[in-house]
Write a protein that binds this ligand. Sequence first.
Ligand code: PHE
Length: 456
Amino acid sequence: MLSNLAGDEKRTSLHGHWSSRMAFILAVTGSAVGLGNIWKFPYMAGQNGGGAFVLVYLVCVVVIGMPVMMSEILIGRRGRRNPVATMELLGREEGSSVHWRVVGAMGVLAGILILSYYSMIAGWTLAYIGKSASSSFAGASATAVAAHFGEFVGDWKTVVFWHTIFMSLCVFVVARGVERGLEQAVRFMVPALLILMLVLLGYSISTGFFSQGVAFMFTADFDKLGWGGVLAALGQAFFTLSIGMGAIMAYGAYLPEETSITGSAAAVVTADTSIAILAGLAIFPLVFANGLDPAEGPGLVFQTLPLAFGQMPGGVFFSTIFFVLLAFAAWTSAIGLMEPGVAFIVEQYHRTRAQATIIVGGLIWFIGLGSALSFNVLKDTKFLAGTFFDNVDYLTSNIMLPLGGLLITIFAGWVMCRNSTSDELGGSGSLYSAWRILARFIAPIGILFVLINAVT
Ligand code: PHE
């Protein structure tokens, strides 16, 4: 079917547009680089045996993550609305069904659920800024740092307090509009984070355990992985790239017509993956040097890094800066998690941006209480995948995001006609053909294969 966009070329977004290609790349990188790279990636790799997980994750990023990201951006830019309305509009325009809006709705829900626990972890990083600055960790032993963490998350009032502070920060920024302020934050945050990771890496190398860390990360032993681990790696690829839930689609809606989607996606994927690998390379040698357990779980980064900083010259300074940057990284990601829901409420229910943000933020805060309590009051209340937090994490990363990605690639690869997609991706060269093969066959079949094997 031919695209009927002709005559409607100047479709614009209600929420404004990015000021430049760089602004868009910065915003998407800001959304992608976050707790997923520094907090989640190392502990997931640790829990799933290291090398094999990392390898599967890298393959997923390239052959599935990249085409899904490109599909999301092109769908977003073509629709120029919130993910629900965009999927509905394009579904109709491409002669398929308005029910494609369900994919957008699932994304809105996934964003809300992810941010509910993401905000709690971001709250931990806020608390650790203060702890670092007051040199709580200077010269501390591994047991002391671990005990400190245990005590901290064990106190529900403190965890809820920091979760509340972080959600307030998100509501504040999102209510003011995405462009202002945020672009600036990402501009210095990502390079600064990169530099600090290099400092940490330098320290890790000096511990003498670097080769052990490298071996753990890059020696693939597939016996330890299993299909559950493969699904976790796929889920991590989606989570870290912010794909499968409409965040990138929402950002794509504000993308100027002439910007290259392939180039932007490649830049973001490269930056995001490099930061995750660097984080792993910095953290695992520290784990082995201090006799810690790589399968420690969500507390891993909060136990290894303060320990390393505590022993490093200038540690108080570096540690404080590190947690400030991590909080910023979480902040710029959290905004991407809220954007689909907020844009949806503004457009659908004709609320002001401020009202929509408060409604969505309040809901997220409330659901987040379940995760905040999962580390203390409710830590022994387990069902299905574990605690409330474990369940929300499993449901979103391992089911909702891959499912969203599957449907998005099917939509872009099969439902949208060739003219529409080549129009957005610019031409019909070999890059376009590669995208089309990945989006039509490799990515959907790969996702389906992993999902089926992991749940049966
Ligand atoms: N990619 C972010 C991170 O790695 C998390 C995120 C997921 C942000 C989905 C937006 C949308 O921390």
